[in-house]
Design a protein around this ligand. Structure first.
Ligand code: NAD
Ligand code: ZN
Ligand code: ZN
Length: 395
């Protein structure tokens, strides 16, 4: 089959790889119809190379048609249309019983001290071949796949794999008080959907980014925006908009590659250029993130407010302003989304004809799988209006 493979920093290629086959009675094979490129893939594209091997198949946002199921899989059958959650969880362990699917104890990658295995996401998360491919082997398929109805286009459902549950969890973790306000830093796909979900649930939403198309998209969905290109002090602007206090809650939808941290960016790029054997211990012992957005979140939240981090961070030695955080009395919640925990909240909203979350206004590019490298390039450089790129194997 054809699949998008990582070959080196900023170098991905569509190549021939072996077709996946059932390996356990809990596996399923799906023929992928739509698979998206995520901001998390960009971290692999540029920075996390030391944890990837050339030829690794990327991708963790996939949906398609079931081809084959193992004998222990009964809730789906060949021909069903399914969305695949990005975390691989068993549904019956101690963590899964508590809805903490991103920490599943059956698939936890203990060797690297990490949580549940993820599709297409480095050896830290189990080196499981990803979904930017014609076919995907789905482990723990007796639990994971979400059955969706035939009829509506894929873009209405594919975000159930990651974008929507991540954004929903970001809003839950933000604990916005009734009638309160939230600032969303970063208006990529995760920030867009976090902003829309918060507005849908009644909050006042202020969105911050530096990309004109992304700011415009947020405005279309009722978000007040701050263009970070025009401001030296974004948190001060947020305070000015909120009676001098800051917003009740803040969502960080930027993560470790924030714009505006030149020192850390230089260090990250330096480490990425080193041989894996040197780079890996450096990243696991003294890695630093670009923290501009997180610092601004800490500054913009009101005293006694809540910071919700959905942007991915991977530093092991990040300097944080503990004095400010403690003195302001902020709460911080973070982590990978527990995808299936939120499916019940989200499915009715995505099948609703009136499209209350605006899922039909997020994708900007639909490309055949063969053009995936171009998709990575425009999404990373934020050119050609790229906000969300969907790949369509078989087209
Ligand atoms: P993205 O890269 O498209 O979005 C990031 C946005 O942040 C961009 O629009 C960029 O212009 C903006 N930005 C950069 N620096 C900024 C700054 N200083 N201030 C304000 N905005 C700034 O990616 P995405 O797909 O929306 O993902 C966002 C983050 O969420 C990534 O870190 C990704 O890894 C993470 N993520 C986490 C989970 C989870 O389970 N927690 C799931 C999916 C994605
Ligand atoms: Zn994703
Ligand atoms: Zn489990």
């Amino acid at each position: 089959m054809r699949a998008l493979t990582w070959q080196g920093p900023r170098n991905v290629e569509v190549t021939d790889v072996a077709d996946p086959r059932l390996e356990a009675d809990t596996d399923a094979i799906i023929a992928v119809t739509t698979t998206a490129i995520c901001g998390s893939d960009l971290h692999l594209y540029e920075l996390l190379g030391p944890f990837l091997a050339p030829g690794d198949v990327l991708g963790h946002e996939a949906m398609g048609i079931v081809q084959e199921t193992g004998s222990a899989v009964s809730h789906i059958k060949p021909g069903d249309r399914v969305v695949i959650p990005f975390n691989i969880s068993c549904g019956h362990c101690w963590m899964c019983d508590r809805g903490l699917f991103a920490q599943c104890e059956t698939t936890q990658v203990r060797e690297h001290g990490c949580g549940a295995a993820l599709f297409g996401y480095t050896k830290l998360y189990g080196s499981v071949p990803g979904g930017q491919a014609e076919l995907l082997r789905v482990p723990q398929a007796q639990f994971g796949p979400i059955k969706v109805p035939d009829g509506p286009p894929d873009e209405q459902f594919v975000y159930l794999s990651d974008v929507l549950p991540t954004a929903w969890q970001a809003v839950e973790y933000a604990a916005i008080p009734e009638g309160g306000s939230v600032a969303v830093f970063g208006l990529g796909p995760i920030g867009q959907m976090s902003a829309r979900i918060a507005a849908h649930r009644g909050a006042r939403v202020i969105g911050i980014d530096l990309e004109p198309e992304r700011l415009e998209m947020a405005v279309r969905h009722g978000v007040e925006v701050v263009d970070a290109r025009d401001q030296d002090d974004v948190p001060a602007v947020v305070r000015d908009m909120t009676a001098g206090r800051g917003t009740d809650s803040v969502i960080d939808a930027v993560g470790m590659e924030a714009h505006g941290s030149p020192g850390a960016e230089f260090l990250q790029k330096l480490v990425t250029a080193l041989p894996d054997a040197v780079a890996e211990p450096m990243m696991t012992k003294a890695g630093v993130d670009r923290l501009t957005a997180l610092y601004q979140c800490i500054d913009a939240v009101r005293r006694g407010g809540t910071i919700s981090l959905s942007g991915v961070y991977a530093g092991t030695a990040d300097p944080l302003p503990m004095l400010t955080m403690f003195d302001k009395g902020v709460r911080v919640s973070m982590g990978q989304a527990h995808v299936k925990h939120w499916t019940g909240d989200l499915l009715p909203l995505v099948v609703d004809e009136s499209d209350p979350l605006g899922v039909r206004d997020l994708a900007t590019h639909w490309l055949p799988l063969e053009q995936a490298p171009h998709g990575y390039d425009i999404f990373q450089r934020k050119v050609d209006g790229a906000v969300k790129v969907l790949l369509q194997p078989g087209k």
